[in-house]
Design a protein around this ligand. Structure first.
Ligand code: GTP
Ligand code: MG
Length: 235
């Protein structure tokens, strides 16, 4: 199995090298070829310099892309996906919210599923930040009753997917904005009758650095996204 892990970074200098090491340690024993694609939006903290140095390690599998024009989580992920080569792709946050130890089972389960999602809201899942966990739970409830899918965690952003299934979708439509791309991805996959599985993940707090999430902007943009999908159902 050839696996590509796409890592979007913005000011993650103090997290990214440890994460690359952890991904290598977890995934290498299982895969024929591992590719780690870092897409950095020219972070002022020098994330790219740290990754460039790490990429020179003999036998390394890290490809670094630095985008100097524009910034954005979803477009960075799309950029990385389009430059990845694995027949399996994994996307995750780069601050250790998402546990790299989950990667082996997620890619293993792609033998049976088209997309495997790390989920905080299936049995065994959770989150260190209690208030955010509760709010995310309620917001996911709103998503579920509005667009009527069975997905429990539409906001996780941690997933593994078969490349052929991903590339069959309209990536330009899906990968726009911030984390709401994930709501669109799962909705479109659901409508395509893809085989989907949620596995429990527990989010710990980011190890270093600061959050890029802006709560009110997210609430506005995610809600517009959900309502747009809901309206689209009647077309
Ligand atoms: N390339 C790129 N990556 C981004 C951008 N914004 C956020 N990211 C990455 O997206 C992931 C999620 O961002 P976070 O700041 O951790 O958001 P969060 O998980 O809601 O916030 P925390 O509670 O601090 O973890 C991280 O890996 C960021 O480095 C961006 O504009 N460009
Ligand atoms: Mg985070």
């Amino acid at each position: 199995m050839d696996v590509s892990v796409v890592l979007p970074t913005y000011n993650e200098r103090n997290n990214i090298i440890d994460l690359i090491d952890a991904i290598e340690a977890e995934a290498s024993p299982l895969v024929t070829h591992l590719q780690i694609v870092v897409v950095d939006d020219n972070s002022p903290d020098g994330t790219a310099d740290a990754v460039r140095q790490r990429a020179q390690k003999p036998g390394g599998c890290v490809d670094l892309y630095v985008r100097t024009e524009g910034r954005g989580l979803a477009s960075a992920i799309k950029y990385g996906l389009l430059r990845s080569q694995g027949d399996v792709v994994v996307v995750m946050d780069t601050d250790f919210n998402h546990d790299p130890k989950m990667i082996p089972q997620m890619i293993e389960l792609l033998k049976y599923y088209d997309i495997v999602i790390g989920s905080r809201f299936v049995m065994g899942g959770g989150m260190e930040e209690e208030l955010r966990y509760k709010f995310s739970f309620l917001y996911n409830l709103f998503i579920r009753v509005t667009i009527r899918t069975q997905v429990q965690d539409n906001l996780s952003g941690f997933f593994a997917m078969r490349r052929d299934k991903l590339m069959a979708l309209n990536l330009d439509y899906i990968f726009r904005g911030y984390g709401e791309y994930f709501i669109r991805l799962l909705y479109v996959a659901w409508r395509h009758h893809y085989k989907m599985l949620e596995v429990p993940v527990f989010y710990v707090l980011r190890r270093h650095g600061q959050s890029k999430s802006r709560f009110l902007n997210m609430l506005r943009d995610y809600t517009l996204c959900v309502l747009g999908l809901w309206l689209g159902r009647w077309k």
